[in-house]
Every structure is written in structure tokens, then in C-alpha cells.
Ligand binder design. Structure first.
Ligand SMILES: NC(=O)c1ccc[n+]([C@@H]2O[C@H](COP(=O)([O-])OP(=O)(O)OC[C@H]3O[C@@H](n4cnc5c(N)ncnc54)[C@H](O)[C@@H]3O)[C@@H](O)[C@H]2O)c1
Length: 249
């Protein structure tokens, strides 16, 4: 196989935002490494690529997936950390095991993948990392005026929000560390996106979004593709909202 000009490694590639990102980056000419738990299913909507069975909880698996991608394609230009889980539970009631589970996947998983691709990006003198944050990492949790206080407490998502706030902070720290090496690190912070993650949300969520609709995976993928592009070379350490005006900062 001829070595591709540019390669993107996407975690959580089988999910809503991951697969939309894969399709978008394929259109932009990237060769793809598509990593997800259990490996993205054959016959899915995903474009062609190197399919990798990856659990981001395992540093060994992360390093092996990166090595396999480098052995196949020779380079990794873009890492998109999409793998993540949602979680409900208030700060008053959440079990510590759930706290640890969410941080291990959403925050530490993102950290492991960043660490694993950096040596190759440093050698290349070029790289782009895009992490998935969330509006819930900024806003202290969605206000839910249509539920009572008891339900609000029960439906909080403190571990998820904290994990994403950690992703935002890590993005800024890592960006400064590697800025002089030709590598940018940014995060995107979506509001509610129509996907498996948000099916449990009440329809009234739309009333909190000024543009009047949920986001789409394509809305998020378009921003990721821009941050991955050469045009975004002077943007680093940012967490950029894509939330229809739900939260502005
Ligand atoms: N959907 C939303 O409203 C929304 C909003 C803000 C941020 N996000 C973030 O966007 C990302 C993708 O969300 P989505 O809506 O596409 O969800 P999704 O559930 O469709 O996709 C998530 C993917 O991550 C994978 N994954 C979960 N745990 C993993 C692990 N340990 N190792 C490897 N892969 C794992 C899943 O298999 C799944 O394919 C997540 O990080 C999520 O937190 C989503």
C-alpha cells in the first residue's frame, strides 16, 4: 500500500459523533484508524479504514493500537478522542465506583491516547489532537426547570461533567507543552447532540437551545475537521463550544 499523505486515528469511532467524524475526515482525504470497543462493526456506516478493537481503559491496548496504526500507515497526523460514556448521579449520591469508572474512560482514556501518539507527532514535527469535551464540563449541569428538586438531584451528572472539565484543562496544559513542536491540542464542547447518549433526555431540552434544535453529529464533525486542518494551525489550547447558543463563554 502506498503511504497515505495524512492519517487520522479516531477513538469511539463506531458511535454517533465518531462515525460522523470518520466520514467527514474520509471526505477530507485522510486514511483512517477506526478504534472502538469490540471493533467497529463490519457493514456499519463507517468508511474504510484500519479497524482496531480498543478499550481506552488499557494503556497497553492504547499503545498497541497506535503501534499498529504506525506499522500500517507510517504516521498519525490527527488524533480525535471521541470515546466516552455518559453517567447520571448527583454529587450527594454517586457511588465512588461510578466516579472512578467515568473518569477512567472519559478523562484518563483521553490522556492515555494523547500520550501514546505524541512521540510519532513529535518525530513528524506536526500533529493535531482534538478532544471531546462537553457543555456539561462548563455549566455545572443542565438546569432542568421541568423537574422537581428531588428529580434534579437524582438526574445530576457530576462525574461526567467533572471528567469533561478535566479534558478541557488537560487540553490547555498539553497544548502549551507541545506548541513549539508543531502540534496543536484543542477540544470541542458540544451541547446535546441527537445520539444514543441523549435519548433519555426529555424533549424540553430543545427549549434550552436558542437555535431551537439538538445538535447533530455532523455539526460536531465539521468543527473537528476544521481543527484538524492546516487552516487551524494558530489555534491551540482552546475548548470551542458547538451548542446552538445553549452556553456562551
Ligand atoms: N451526544 C452528546 O450529546 C454529547 C454531548 C457532548 C459531548 N459528547 C461526547 O462526545 C463523545 C461521543 O459521544 P456520542 O454521542 O457519539 O456517543 P456514542 O455513545 O454514540 O459513542 C461513544 C463511543 O465511545 C465508545 N466507548 C465507550 N467506552 C469506551 C472505551 N472504554 N474504550 C473505547 N471506546 C469506548 C463506545 O463504544 C461508543 O462507540 C463522547 O466523549 C461524549 O461524552 C456527546
Amino acid at each position: 500500500m502506498a503511504a497515505p499523505d495524512k492519517v487520522a486515528f479516531i477513538t469511539g469511532a463506531a458511535g454517533a459523533i465518531g462515525s460522523a467524524t470518520a466520514l467527514r475526515l474520509a471526505q477530507d482525504g485522510y486514511a483512517l484508524a477506526l478504534a472502538d470497543m469490540g471493533a467497529p462493526a463490519a457493514g456499519s456506516d463507517l468508511p474504510e479504514g484500519l479497524v482496531l478493537d480498543l478499550d481506552v481503559r488499557s494503556g497497553d491496548q492504547v499503545r498497541a493500537a497506535v503501534e499498529r496504526t504506525l506499522a500500517t500507515y507510517g504516521r498519525i497526523d490527527v488524533l480525535v478522542n471521541v470515546a466516552g460514556i455518559t453517567s447520571f448521579g448527583s454529587a450527594q449520591q454517586l457511588a465512588e465506583a461510578e466516579w472512578q469508572r467515568v473518569l477512567d474512560i472519559n478523562l484518563s482514556g483521553t490522556f492515555r491516547c494523547c500520550q501514546a501518539v505524541l512521540p510519532a507527532m513529535k518525530t513528524q514535527g506536526r500533529g493535531r489532537i482534538v478532544n471531546l469535551g462537553s457543555v456539561l464540563g462548563k455549566n455545572g449541569g443542565n438546569a432542568r426547570p421541568w423537574v422537581d428538586a428531588g428529580e434534579q438531584k437524582a438526574s445530576g451528572n457530576v462525574a461526567y461533567g467533572v471528567s469533561k472539565a478535566g479534558v478541557h484543562a488537560m487540553t490547555a496544559y498539553l497544548a502549551r507543552e507541545v506548541a513549539s513542536l508543531g502540534i496543536t491540542v484543542n477540544a470541542v464542547a458540544p451541547g446535546p447532540v441527537a445520539s444514543a447518549m441523549t435519548t433519555a433526555l426529555p424533549p424540553a431540552i430543545k427549549s434550552m437551545i436558542p437555535v431551537g434544535r439538538m445538535g447533530t453529529p455532523q455539526d460536531v464533525a465539521a468543527l473537528i475537521a476544521f481543527l484538524a486542518s492546516d487552516a487551524a494551525g494558530f489555534i491551540t489550547g482552546e475548548t470551542i463550544d458547538v451548542n446552538g447558543g445553549m452556553w456562551c463563554d
